[in-house]
Design a protein around this ligand. Structure first.
Ligand SMILES: NC(=O)c1ccc[n+]([C@@H]2O[C@H](COP(=O)([O-])OP(=O)(O)OC[C@H]3O[C@@H](n4cnc5c(N)ncnc54)[C@H](OP(=O)(O)O)[C@@H]3O)[C@@H](O)[C@H]2O)c1
Length: 296
């Protein structure tokens, strides 16, 4: 099975799950080798989704493709290149990582690109399954810095609730789809089993980690000003992030859906399961190394 975006959050979780289940995985990245990806069953392959030429041969001998594409202005073109190369290589099975907002139509959301990619998948002639995850619990790590330094979960959202999903569950769903052909032709919305506001998330963090942590809603106008200057974010991404948080406040990712539990035959993991392992990523134990202090 070929997996694009192998060095990213979703790709790395998916690769671990598939290898553990005995799949032979070919992970695509522009920059091999990738630290921490040595595992039985995984081979890393250099390829750039922007270049049809570099994709030649990337999918030869693979039976399936897990299509994970990075958010950005070239995302739909990259997905089109991958799907074309997969068909040329004779791949039959396609699992697409989309997003819950692909079912919505706000003009700036990440869902717009995903809706286009979903359409391409449906028209590809491959046996497709589309997975639309909600906001990943792991994406909360984006806000780790202020949680660590001042005990505030600073997010440009007020009181909207979100059915956060655990990436291990998303990976389990991908594995289930590849094992079960009956999922072909279906679109599944992947959410956790509880919908929480960011205030709730801060309260669960505080209780779980025994620290005073509170949610602070960054005004949207201020987010529009400072996000484009945050490390690693450009204007394209910043505008869509603000739109995403607006959508969250409108409750567009608040619906708890049964699809994930059906796919993986167990209840999705709760936030506390993520917090059990996330403490070092918020670097809360000591003022030591390896924090994931990022955008904010
Ligand atoms: N974050 C969330 O909460 C959330 C929720 C629902 C859905 N999603 C969706 O999940 C998807 C993946 O997100 P993620 O968090 O895993 O992203 P990520 O961590 O930023 O990873 C992006 C991956 O894309 C690869 N990539 C970028 N440009 C490439 C190119 N030209 N050719 C080949 N590979 C390229 C990168 O690989 P190299 O740099 O190594 O080449 C990297 O592995 C996105 O489509 C997003 O919309 C995210």
């Amino acid at each position: 099975v070929a997996v694009t975006g192998i060095s990213g959050r979703v790709g790395s979780h998916v690769a671990r799950r598939l290898c553990a289940d005995g799949f032979a995985v070919r992970g695509l990245t522009r920059n091999p080798p990738i630290a921490g990806t040595r595992q039985a069953g995984l081979t890393i392959h250099k390829a750039d989704l922007d270049s049809c030429h570099s994709l030649g041969g990337s999918f030869e001998g693979c039976a399936g493709l897990v299509l994970i594409t990075a958010d950005g202005p070239r995302q739909t073109a990259q997905a089109a290149n991958a799907i074309t190369a997969a068909r040329t290589a004779g791949i039959k099975r396609l699992v697409v990582i989309s997003a819950m907002l692909a079912g919505e139509t706000p003009p700036l959301s990440f869902g717009v690109n995903h809706a286009r990619i979903e359409q391409m998948a449906r028209e590809s002639g491959l046996a497709w399954t589309i997975l639309r995850p909600s906001f990943f619990m792991q994406t909360l790590e984006m806000f780790a810095g202020p949680v660590r330094h001042i005990g505030r979960l600073i997010v440009p959202a007020r009181d909207g609730v979100v059915a956060f999903v655990h990436l291990d569950d998303v990976a389990d769903a991908v594995a289930a789809c590849l094992k079960e052909n009956a999922t072909a032709g279906h679109t599944a919305v992947l959410t956790g089993s509880e919908a929480l506001s960011f205030g709730d998330v801060a309260a669960v963090m505080a209780e779980h980690w025994g620290r005073p942590i509170r949610h602070l809603a960054l005004p949207r106008w201020l987010a529009r000003l400072i996000l484009p200057c945050a490390p690693g974010l450009n204007g394209w991404m910043a505008r869509r992030l603000v739109a995403l948080f607006e959508a969250l406040d409108e409750g567009r990712e608040s619906r708890v859906c049964p699809d994930l539990a059906h796919l993986i035959s167990k209840p999705p993991r709760r936030l506390s399961a993520y917090l059990d392992v996330a403490r070092p990523r918020f670097n809360l134990s000591a003022a030591s190394a390896n924090g994931t202090d990022s955008s904010l």
